[in-house]
Write a protein that binds this ligand. Structure first.
Ligand SMILES: [Zn+2]
Length: 453
């Protein structure tokens, strides 16, 4: 299926060549950005799969469970996101987000458990984009009032989170089957979906994890097998295969597996539209193995990273960076640090773009939801992006954030401009040819700025 821009001659003798654009179906296979040509004198423009020059994109999506205190939460974030000197060594300068919840047992780092300095840290990390997901309201949040209190607190501090991730068996969860949530059941005392969606949540994770590495490309189950661990990896493969078979048979619980898409248009049980997303843990031991700070070094292997790049897939990596070994000397120890170094090296080579969950979701949504027109007048090409026509969620795409990184192949980058809803993008990045031999222009990708303290 074509997801690019279809340009065709109008058949008139006008210097303008109008372009028709195929709809960017959410079910489309985003690998195939080829143009369907019609007529003569056609100039072609297509959308690149991932931001130039990268061939794949990954978000480390960590549930904060068992994070002991605010210092370890901060130290981990600072090490991953900056190049400062930190207790774990010189930072890696990646872009990695985190989750937050509110009502938890006293021994866990959580919003209401930490002190004023911890809450202030949370505010600044939310504002900078480095806390990007709500991880339910916590185990001890059982009523609508708990949810209201947490949302009021966020809003009073100028904070908004638009990604929701179910947690354990929290009753505020949205998944009713595995996670036993009632957060979107209107008759439940825990019903909060109306408040939470109004706050801004529109991306929802309901306990769907796959072993298949690389989404938004056709699933390949063979990569799950590990020759060093034939029995365990065979079991993981069998489990994943079952999910895919059930998915194809119309089973609702596993519906997101067969299409292998990061985002699926869905609805909560109270009828509100949301984007459901799929996370991945490709470890040979299964989706719940090595999903921790002590295990992530075994997940972020060279083989895994190269495979993701070769498959040109997206990945929202399921993990828990608050879970260290009992006597750990630091939140991340040597194996995890080595894994993250490999990840940073893959990004430095221009192969894999690492960003937060929220940004990856926004990018995927933008790529699937915008409608495009390319037109040519004399020597210049205009790419018009319409962000409204195919909109599904209540809230619009955020122009300054969700469209960053979108890259379009064009025969003449210097004479190509982009308009978003009629407004010309003032500055574009003009790219040399990539391995496909085609030049491109990009809406500039800007890094999030990590707070000073
Ligand atoms: Zn959790």
């Amino acid at each position: 299926m074509t997801t690019g821009i279809q340009a065709k001659s109008t058949g008139k003798r006008s210097p303008t060549i109008d372009a028709e654009v195929s709809e960017l179906s959410s079910q489309a296979h985003t690998q195939s950005n080829a143009i369907a040509h019609e007529g003569a004198n056609v100039e072609s423009v297509t959308m690149r799969h991932w931001p130039y020059p990268f061939r794949a994109m990954l978000a480390v999506c960590s549930d904060l469970d068992e994070t002991p205190n605010r210092q370890s939460y901060w130290d981990t974030a600072e090490f991953l996101n900056t190049t400062r000197s930190t207790p774990m060594g010189e930072g890696l300068g990646l872009e990695v987000g985190n989750t937050i919840y509110f009502d938890m047992a006293a021994d866990q780092f959580a919003y209401w458990n930490t002190d004023d300095a911890g809450r202030s840290m949370v505010h600044s990390l939310i504002r900078s984009g480095h806390i990007d997901c709500l991880h339910s309201f916590g185990d001890l949040a059982t009523t609508r009032e708990h949810a209201q209190r947490a949302l009021d607190e966020l809003e009073q501090n100028g904070c908004r989170l638009d990604v929701w991730i179910d947690h354990a068996r929290a009753v505020t969860n949205f998944d009713g089957e595995v996670m036993l949530g009632e957060g979107d059941v209107t008759s439940s005392p825990a019903y909060h979906a109306d408040l939470t969606i109004k706050h801004g949540v529109q991306y929802v994770w309901r306990c769907r994890v796959t072993s298949v590495l690389g989404q938004n490309v056709p699933p390949q189950l063979g990569g799950i097998l590990s020759s060093a661990h034939p029995i365990a990896s065979g079991k993981t493969l069998a489990k994943e295969l079952t999910k895919h078979v059930l998915s194809r048979m119309g089973n609702e619980k596993y519906a997101v597996h067969a299409p292998n898409r990061i985002l699926t248009r869905s609805k909560l049980r109270d009828g509100q539209p949301v984007y459901e997303f799929l996370r991945c843990n490709p470890h040979w031991g299964g989706v719940s193995s090595y999903d921790t700070a002590w295990g992530i070094g075994d997940v972020l292997t060279d083989r895994m990273l190269q495979r993701l790049v070769q498959r040109e897939g997206g990945c929202i990596l399921y993990t828990h960076l608050g879970k260290s070994k009992p006597n750990a000397s630091a939140p991340l120890e040597a194996p995890a640090i080595e894994g993250f170094r490999r990840l940073a090296a893959t990004q430095a080579r221009g192969e894999l773009l690492v960003t937060t969950t929220r940004r990856l979701l926004g990018y995927c949504r933008a790529k699937e939801e915008i409608s495009l027109t390319a037109s040519r007048l004399d020597d210049s090409i205009t790419i018009d992006i319409d962000t409204q026509k195919n909109r599904y969620a209540t809230l619009p795409l955020i122009i300054d954030r969700d469209l960053e990184g979108l890259t379009f192949y064009t025969p003449d980058p210097d004479r190509t401009r982009i308009r978003i809803d009629g407004e010309v993008v003032p500055k574009l990045t003009r790219n040399a040819a990539d391995s496909s031999g085609r030049k491109s222009v990009s809406i500039p990708w800007t890094r999030l700025e990590f707070p000073e303290s």
